[in-house]
Ligand binder design. Structure first.
Ligand code: UD1
Ligand code: CA
Length: 490
């Protein structure tokens, strides 16, 4: 049952070293599904609207604190200079949070490396704790392999202690109910008991788990709430586990969107970050990665083989084999295959960026097309235009970038280069193979290339007796003559 109450505080423990990651990056900053580990935990905690939200930082504290300041400005980072255990970390956080006014109510303590944790589980822990009126409730889990975890020791069903693996005797080691590392505490009990926790164990650390034992000694109500799905409490210790977590979280995200009416053809190869949103009847084909704040509109088809970052895909658009970052793809627009959209690209309604096209900081108006093999950068293109195959905007002169302005219903012949800054007015027409470096007026034809010249008898003179010479002779005998002096189109 969800509780009406907001917790007084959630404390996230994230000061540990994570040596098994073998990484220059602090463990809790390793990313999965669009957020670092600690970001997932903080997001779950935030959903409960705690009055205080603190993250204990230690190893890599500058980096972790910098991430939190940027992404989670409501979080208070509390520094644990030296890591003397989970009890020590919690004590420092309680002191920091209670500096002005001591906390009163329920305090949740969670580990910073468990990205699968859900708000529902935190709410269930809070409700079980407050519903039973306990001083301490541990979130426990029944696991197939308890190795490495603290064991929940019960007497006649009642929780009496948590014993760490390394401090456990043979009988205790057999216990499969483990400490997930998550707790609900009465703030006053926690504060008082933390002052009594000693470092007399095999690691010489202050164990948060000892708070439970102290509460039992004091005759206070203590219990365990067994988590429904033990996977939720899994922590990450190395990169193998990180990959496994990513797989589990990604599957959860995919299933969420499928239940919302999105077709995911192959969830195993479709990766969707937590902040991505999709509308119903969107279809995701295999090998698609949606990152950042990407939005996929109703009925749009994305993939196969797309990587879209911070990209908006309009209703009914089709995007195939495309890499896109910071682009806006209009409704019913088509993109791909082998297309690269860079920041500031905006495609209008039914616009097209076709095969082997790269666009950057470029607007393509309604119904306009860049169908093949083009680079379009720092450009505005109006409606109903067609840029022929191989059209290039030369936007860079080696020093500065310049703009290309193209009006409505402009036609650019294939393999033309538009040398910026340059402007093509409405209805302008550019002959194929042109290098355009000055403005083209409304409805004007620009021809900016060498005029074609045909030299008769060339092949027979240069390569007498060759197959080409023989073929040419036969064609002439058959009455086929040379072209006009001017090439067609001129
Ligand atoms: C802890 C529990 C164990 C439980 C397991 C669940 C204790 C004594 N043991 O063991 O019962 O089964 O978690 O994963 O609590 N941390 C700090 N500062 C410190 C030490 C740790 O912030 O000084 C943080 C770590 O970054 C980590 C969390 O606390 O996020 C747990 O610490 P860890 O060293 O992984 O504890 P375990 O030995 O796994
Ligand atoms: Ca651990």
């Amino acid at each position: 049952m969800p509780t009406e109450n907001r917790p007084a505080a959630v404390i996230v423990l994230a000061a540990g070293g994570g040596t098994r990651m073998k990484s220059a990056t602090p463990k809790v900053l390793h990313e999965l599904c669009g957020r670092p580990l600690v970001g997932h935990v903080v997001a779950a905690a935030r959903a409960l609207e705690p009055r205080e939200l603190a993250v204990v930082v230690g190893h890599g504290r500058e980096q972790v604190a910098a991430y939190l300041a940027e992404a989670e400005p409501a979080v208070r980072a509390v520094v644990q200079e030296e890591q003397h255990g989970t009890g020590h970390a919690t004590r420092i956080a309680m002191e920091a949070l209670g500096a002005e006014q001591e906390l009163d109510g329920t305090v949740l303590v969670v580990t910073g490396d468990a990205p699968l944790l859900t708000p529902a589980t935190l709410r269930a822990l809070l409700a079980a704790h407050e519903g039973a009126g306990r001083a301490v409730t541990v979130l426990s889990a029944i696991v197939p392999d308890p190795a490495g975890y603290g064991r929940i020791v019960r007497e006649d069903g009642a929780v009496v202690a948590i014993v760490e693996q390394r401090d456990a005797d043979a009988a205790q080691a057999e216990i499969t109910e483990i400490n997930s590392g998550l707790f609900a505490f009465d703030a006053k009990v926690l504060r008082e008991a933390l002052g009594r926790v000693r470092r007399d164990n095999s690691q010489g650390e202050e164990y948060l788990t000892d708070v439970l034992g102290i509460a039992v000694q004091d005759g206070l109500a203590v219990g365990a709430h067994v988590v429904e799905d033990w996977h939720e409490t899994l922590g990450v210790n190395d990169r193998v586990q990180l990959a496994e977590m990513r797989r589990l979280l990604n599957r959860r995200i995919n299933e969420h969107w499928m239940r919302e009416g999105v077709s995911v053809i192959d969830p195993a190869t479709t990766f969707i970050d937590v902040q991505v949103t999709l509308e119903r009847d969107a279809v995701l084909h295999p090998n698609t990665q949606l990152h950042g704040t990407t939005v996929i509109g109703e009925g749009a088809e994305v993939g196969p083989n797309c990587t879209l970052t911070d990209t908006i895909v309009g209703t009914g658009a089709v995007v195939v084999n495309t890499t896109s970052e910071g682009a806006e793809i209009g409704p019913e627009a088509t993109v791909g295959p082998y297309t690269y959209l860079r920041p500031g690209t905006r495609l209008g309604l039914r616009a097209k960026a076709g095969g082997f096209v790269e666009m950057k900081n470029a607007e393509l108006g309604e119904g306009s097309k860049v169908p093949h093999l083009s680079y379009v950068g720092d450009t505005r293109i109006g409606v109903g235009c067609n840029l022929g195959a191989g059209t290039i905007t030369a936007n860079y002169d080696g020093v500065a970038k310049h703009r290309t302005e193209i009006g409505d219903y402009v036609f650019v012949g294939s393999n033309s280069v538009l040398i910026a800054p340059v402007k093509l007015e409405d209805g302008a027409f550019v002959a194929a193979g042109s290098a355009v470096n000055s403005a083209v007026g409304p409805g004007e034809l620009a021809v900016a290339r060498g005029r074609q010249r045909n030299i008769a008898g060339y092949i027979e003179r240069k390569r007498p007796g060759s197959k080409a010479a023989q073929a040419a002779a036969l064609a002439r005998e058959a009455g086929r003559t040379g072209s006009a002096e001017e090439a067609p189109g001129d």
